[in-house]
Write a protein that binds this ligand. Structure first.
Ligand SMILES: Cc1ncc(COP(=O)(O)O)c(C=O)c1O
Length: 643
């Protein structure tokens, strides 16, 4: 049985100022000699003489110690600090961290902190409980045979960094660690993660610069950060197999040149494969409908956004064909030059009527609508308050605007108001999905609009998954509150889901459409939607209006499907036709989708970056044309796949 070890820590300070510190994990037999050498180091350190030395000895039971392998080391050389930081940004991107430039920029600002910044990798929210102290990784050492420094009073910075990087890379929820030394003479830093290994990069700053810092990037649930911090601060770890320091003649992998863009692509793809996040298209051999042909097999579709099965409706297809005959296949120009045909204006009138607004404006896609409208409404001097689960097109629209983005907790109106209040006075926008595309729940509209009005901010909701689906006749989330006369400034939607065609739209006041026509770049600088798409959307809208039973059927199908799931012990819920079944990790979601595929049922495994890491899910969607026996069959197959 392995015997217990001891953790020996030393901290020396003078007048409260930190002078030196070190820790070791070692057998009892090594304690006296080490105690002596640490005391020597504390008393005679180049940083000054201490007036206080704290030596702490703790027994660690052998089975509480986690043994980890060191990360593989690579050493990269850039030709300037800017190129070095660019390399770091590229590597972060390869880990799926979209806001890498901001994160690398923050590294300099962490200067002076004792510990590391614990940052949400996606929202960049600070998660460290004490902003001044930061989060510290302690209770760790190189395994005795690896450190090569035991009983030596001199510190081995390289081995210490390798130990720290291995512990941090293995901490739950941590995506990566970034570090630049605050030693003015040491221009090297590193990025480390389980997939990248330990990548030393030089230079990351100019010689003589005292700036440096350390960031731990976290991805996961807020409440789980406690577990991560506990691991970092309290879990005893011994790291094995520390490779020799590269510049000391040790192993150096082929240096990556910043000028080699192909390599960057390869690293990114490799990382996606390793994390089970790599995606390719599924190729169908039939039109979108409740039954599709996939690899020659009749497959039941439970993943389409064509909720009302209108994309293959004979009347909708006929309208598209007629439009091709009347207007041709393309428009040959943008809406403000030669691209507007009578069919576009007719569609916009029908949309405004359907949503009971003064006017409407169409775009090439829903993505183009969001990424054009938001920057038209806000610029650098504004603040945008955005739900953390908003669709990517909203997020990109916010980023394009240059406005400051404040992300509030999902559908948490308390958090929204708190965040607005702490940023007032400000001008800007509050924006939310009406139905959340990966969760199927509905925005708390009365409060959302009340807050926007109270703080005099623009309000915008995205009804991509509400139009044709939610409320009586599928009129959307506003129709859920008939007595309240709710009106967002911008009601956005797409023609590509329940409307069975292609294109985006906004329904709003005449003054606002006039403004957006002149300001929304994706409207102005993009060719007008094809006449066939506009005509198909118009025909589908007419069907939705004249056949409200289709929407009612969709809604009763959803209720029936939920009943089936509950009967089988699956606690699903939704406010729309999207039913998320959260399974946790990507591999599990893929395996469950594959299992259902074996039953000839198609569902989507939704993984990061479409949803936060750790919340991979099956996203099931119900269609109005599913029969009850098909809904029951899907529920049975799902239960088999996940229970
Ligand atoms: C909520 C939401 N908004 C916008 C879009 C983009 O719409 P489109 O597919 O028409 O570009 C989508 C579609 O994926 C969506 O789910």
């Amino acid at each position: 049985m392995p015997s217990d070890l001891f953790s020996l820590k030393m901290r020396a300070s003078c007048g409260g100022r930190h002078i030196s510190g070190a820790e070791k994990i070692l057998p009892e037999s090594g304690v006296p000699a080490h105690l002596h050498s640490l005391l020597e180091r504390a008393m005679h350190h180049a940083n000054g003489e201490p007036d206080f030395v704290n030596l702490k000895l703790e027994r660690l039971s052998a089975d509480s110690i986690l043994h980890l392998d060191a990360l593989p080391v690579r050493s990269l050389t850039a030709d300037s600090p800017e190129s070095g930081l660019e390399l770091m940004r590229g590597m972060l991107e390869s880990l799926g961290v979209a806001r890498s430039p901001e994160i690398v920029g923050l590294l300099r600002k962490t200067h002076g902190m004792r510990g590391a910044v614990l940052l949400d990798a996606d929202t960049l929210e600070h998660l460290e409980p004490d902003l001044e102290r930061g989060v510290r990784a302690t209770m760790m050492d190189a395994a005795e045979s690896d450190s090569g420094t035991h009983c030596s009073p001199c510190k081995n910075h390289y081995a210490e960094a390798m130990v720290l990087a291995a512990k941090v890379a293995n901490a739950p929820g941590l995506v990566a660690e970034l570090c630049i030394s605050d030693d003015p003479d040491y221009v090297t830093g590193y990025i480390a993660s389980k997939t990248l290994g330990y990548v030393r990069i030089a230079p990351l700053k100019k010689a003589g610069s005292p700036f440096g810092g350390r960031i731990f990037l976290y991805r996961g649930k807020r409440e789980d950060t406690v577990r991560t911090i506990e691991f970092l601060e309290q879990q005893p770890v011994l790291v094995h197999g520390i490779p020799p320091k590269p510049q000391d003649g040790g192993r150096i992998d082929t240096p990556v040149q910043i000028s080699n863009p192909q390599k960057r692509i390869r690293i990114a793809l490799q990382s996606l494969h390793e994390r089970k996040l790599h995606r390719t298209e599924e190729v169908f051999e039939s039109p979108a409908s409740a039954h599709v042909t996939l690899h020659g097999r009749d497959t039941l579709m439970f993943a389409s956004n064509d909720y009302l099965d209108l994309a293959n409706d004979p009347r909708v297809k006929e309208a598209a064909l007629d439009a091709v005959k009347q207007f041709g296949t393309g428009t040959g120009g943008s809406r403000l030059t030669t691209g507007t045909q009578t069919i576009h204006k007719e569609l916009e009138r029908a949309l405004a009527e359907f949503k009971s607004t003064e006017d409407a404006l169409t775009f090439a896609t829903g993505f183009a609508a969001n990424s054009g409208v938001i920057p038209a409404l806000c610029s650098r001097s504004d603040v945008i308050f955005s739900d953390e689960l908003n669709h990517a097109s909203i997020i990109d629209g916010c980023r394009l605007s240059g406005a400051r983005i404040v992300v509030y907790r999902h559908n948490d109106m308390h958090d929204l108001e708190r965040k607005i209040a702490s940023n007032t006075p400000c001008s800007g926008l509050v924006v939310s999905d009406a139905v959340f595309s990966m969760d199927g729940d509905i925005v708390n509209l009365p409060e959302f609009l009340g807050i926007a009005r109270r703080y005099q901010l623009f309000s915008m909701i995205d009804e991509a998954h509400a139009t044709g689906i939610v409320g009586p006749g599928g009129h959307g989330v506003l129709s859920l509150f008939p007595g309240l006369n709710l009106r967002p400034d911008i009601l956005m939607g797409t023609l590509s889901k329940a409307i069975g065609s292609e294109g985006g739209f906004v329904c709003t006041s005449r003054e606002m459409t006039d403004y957006l026509r002149n300001k929304a770049r994706s409207y102005i600088f993009s060719t007008a939607p094809a006449p066939a798409s506009a005509a198909a959307a118009l025909a589908a809208l007419r069907i939705i209006r004249t056949e409200p039973e289709r929407v009612a059927r969709l809604q009763s199908n959803v209720a029936f499907f939920l009943e089936q799931l509950h009967r089988l012990g699956i606690p699903a819920q939704t406010g729309s036709a999207i039913i998320p079944i959260i399974v946790g990790n990507s591999a599990r979601a893929l395996a469950a989708a594959d299992s259902m595929r074996d039953d000839d049922i198609f569902v989507s495994a939704i993984r990061y970056p479409s949803v936060p890491e750790g919340s991979a899910r099956l996203r099931l969607t119900v269609m109005s044309s599913h029969t009850q026996s098909e809904l029951a069959r899907c529920a049975e197959s799902l239960a088999k796949a996940i229970l």
